[in-house]
Design a protein around this ligand. Structure first.
Ligand code: SF4
Ligand code: SF4
Ligand code: FES
Length: 220
């Protein structure tokens, strides 16, 4: 039986996709993997956020391209969130530490656009206000379900960077916990695999990713 194909558009370019596959898989098959950023390919990291429009003109809001199945006539617009240099977490964070790590903290004008944009229904603006008061445990709780799609940063005209700060707070609190981390063999292996795949040289990284995808192993 022949598989049903549908036409979709990515950034204005028409491609064929198999009905039911995800946007990311359709892009991989069309040799356009780099048109949408991809991280985990499992709905966790938020790297692949896109906005959608359907064939009847309806806007589809934001979706994760690695989870969203294609539909006939769907138009896909990659979310242009620029990369941002990471700010290292610090143990036992205080309000003054957050303020010097992110001088953007006090720029918030309480417009609430970030909360409206968040696909995970996180109370982003309220959490920024909690950050300004140093209520870090509550902030860490707020950002538990953050997928780091970057939309709250994208829509913020005042460049406050809410999710970067939320992640910094979570990591900083995590570093402050006083317990030994014992890793299982599976966790150690997973860490080695990440080291293997995340080398700096782009060509080596791509070559290793292909090898890993076909063999499922770290090749010497
Ligand atoms: S979008 Fe920016 S300025 Fe508006 S509430 Fe959120 S953080 Fe504050
Ligand atoms: S808080 Fe920001 S980065 Fe996190 S899921 Fe919501 S919009 Fe995306
Ligand atoms: S690639 Fe990580 S959520 Fe889609």
């Amino acid at each position: 039986m022949t598989e049903k194909t549908v036409e979709i558009k990515i950034s204005g370019k028409t491609i064929q996709a198999k009905a039911g596959e995800t946007i990311v898989h359709a892009l991989w098959a069309a040799d356009m993997a780099e048109s949408v950023k991809t991280g985990c390919a499992g709905g966790v990291c938020g790297a692949c956020t896109v906005t959608l429009r359907y064939s009847d003109g309806r806007t589809g809001g934001t979706e994760l391209a690695c989870m969203k199945p294609v539909e006939a006539g769907m138009e896909i617009f990659p979310c242009p969130v620029a990369e941002d240099a990471p700010v290292l977490p610090v143990p036992n964070p205080e309000l003054s530490t957050l303020q010097s790590a992110f001088p953007t903290l006090n720029r918030c004008t309480k417009c609430d656009s970030c909360t409206t944009a968040c696909p995970m229904s996180i109370p982003v603006m309220d959490s920024v206000l909690r950050m300004q008061k140093g209520e870090f445990s509550a902030v860490a709780e707020d950002f538990t379900t953050c997928i780091h799609c970057g939309l709250c940063r994208f829509v913020c005209e005042d460049k406050v960077k809410p999710h970067n700060m939320g992640l910094w707070v979570r990591r900083s609190l995590g570093m402050s916990r006083d317990f030994p981390i014992v890793k299982t063999t599976a966790e150690q292996e997973a860490e080695q695999e990440w080291q293997y795949l995340l080398v700096e040289d782009r060509e080596v990284r791509l070559q290793r990713a292909r090898q890993f995808r076909s063999s499922g192993r770290i090749e010497p």
